[in-house]
Design a protein around this ligand. Structure first.
Ligand SMILES: [Zn+2]
Length: 407
């Protein structure tokens, strides 16, 4: 592959000086496909958790979202002790702010659907039917605007239909019996396909690329605002997809997207000529494509998807220690999750090793490694809660899931 530290790209990341995977290098870190007890990720976890809690204690915010607000911290606390009733009651009361939600957006990460979905799951665990029914009703009510394909609602993860679909699927996964029936889920999926086909036809690219989406007039390609994130979620909802949608819409679209790959292995952040090879982070660039390719490999079983995912992983390894910092959205923690996804897909411990090295990097959270302090330094997607979530998740790498993105 091309030099990972070419002058063109060097400004965005630190040089990765970690030794790459060999069986020998992995030995102190991995035992039976999980993190060994001697690893820093395990031995320093409690200390890191205590210091993170201290930082979180004094945090007050009127942002109630999962992405940058209190619900994201609630999600971290839920990950720490998912069945501790005292913890669950504390999260619902102090982090989900159900009385303050204002129907501002329908998505899980940046809208009301996130706190509502989390409150539904927590209320189910607490056997509190009244609040559970309230949350389900509120979530279901959003489907009216989501189904309307002539509204100006976007389709991406952060604010659009994919973000709403994630909320429904998240609740269905964690509540039994599943409260949202197939026809509701199908109606959201159909609306996403209708919007994607309409735009592709409008752009006259439908023969090569039958689906395209835009956000604020830009055809983004990455996980947060773009098509790779939307396709990743659709493939995770594979049980609800029709064969025709899989073979005649999703497959050729992925084929087209693959042609956009830079010689380095990275991908542009949006469609159009003259795009620079800049970002390697969850929200833009190769990481979003890695998730899409892994999901495509799991669904279609074709080897070339795995090859494409491995290509993404190499560029993430070389260019993923970002100067922007440690966050999930555009930082090292988000990039570490790519290796976890690939480990879960292949069971190859090389990817677990790489995830552990990136997580070790996050453990050494010092200000001088961060180019600028994040706007929301405590939050799940921009702040300290994200790397902490990763460290907790890596204790059980087979079950780890990028919060708000992987089901
Ligand atoms: Zn970002």
């Amino acid at each position: 592959m091309d030099s990972p530290n070419s002058p063109k790209t060097h400004n965005y990341h630190f040089k990765n000086v970690y030794d790459d995977y060999t069986e020998q290098n992995a030995k102190p870190h991995i035992e039976n496909k999980t993190v060994s007890t001697g690893s820093l990720i395990k031995s320093r976890l409690n200390f890191k958790w205590e210091s993170t809690l201290k930082e979180l204690e004094d945090w007050n915010s009127t942002d109630y979202s999962v992405y940058t607000g209190t619900a994201g911290v609630g999600m971290l606390l839920l990950r720490k002790a998912p069945n501790d009733k005292k913890n669950l009651r504390n999260i619902r009361k102090n982090y989900l702010q159900l009385d303050h939600l204002k129907n501002r957006s329908v998505s899980f990460l940046c809208g009301d659907a996130g706190p509502l979905a989390l409150a539904a799951v927590i209320s189910h665990k607490l056997e509190d039917n009244k609040i559970f029914d309230f949350c389900i009703k509120r979530l279901a009510a959003f489907s009216k605007v989501v189904k309307n394909t002539s509204s100006d609602l976007a389709n991406e993860y952060l604010y659009g239909r994919a973000g709403y679909l994630y909320a429904l699927l998240y609740v269905n996964k964690h509540v039994s019996p599943s409260p949202f029936n197939e026809s509701v889920i199908r109606s959201v999926i159909s609306a996403i396909f209708t919007c994607g086909e309409t735009l592709a036809k409008h752009l006259k690219i439908e023969k090569d690329c039958p689906l395209m989406f835009e956000w604020h007039n830009t055809k983004y390609l990455g996980a947060a605002h773009g098509i790779s994130g939307i396709i990743y979620l659709l493939l995770q909802a594979r049980d609800y997809l029709l064969e025709d949608e899989l073979n005649n819409l999703i497959k050729p679209t992925i084929q087209f997207l693959t042609t956009l790959r830079f010689p380095t292995g990275n991908f542009p952040s949006s469609l159009g000529p003259g795009k620079a090879d800049k970002y390697v982070q969850w929200c833009h660039g190769a990481p979003g494509f890695l998730y899409m390719y892994c999901a495509a490999y799991r669904v279609f079983g074709e080897q070339h998807y795995l090859y494409s995912a491995l290509k993404c992983a190499d560029i993430i390894w070389w260019r993923g220690l970002l100067k922007k910092g440690y966050s999930l959205c555009h930082g090292v923690a988000g990039n570490a999750y790519c290796f976890i996804e690939l480990f879960q897909t292949t069971k190859d411990e090389k990817h677990l090793y790489r995830a552990i090295k990136f997580a070790e990097y996050c453990l050494d959270h010092t200000k001088n490694r961060e180019q600028c302090t994040p706007d929301r330094p405590m939050s799940l997607f921009e702040g300290i809660s994200g790397p902490m979530y990763l460290l907790l998740d890596l204790q059980e790498p087979e079950n780890a899931k990028f919060p708000g993105f992987t089901l």
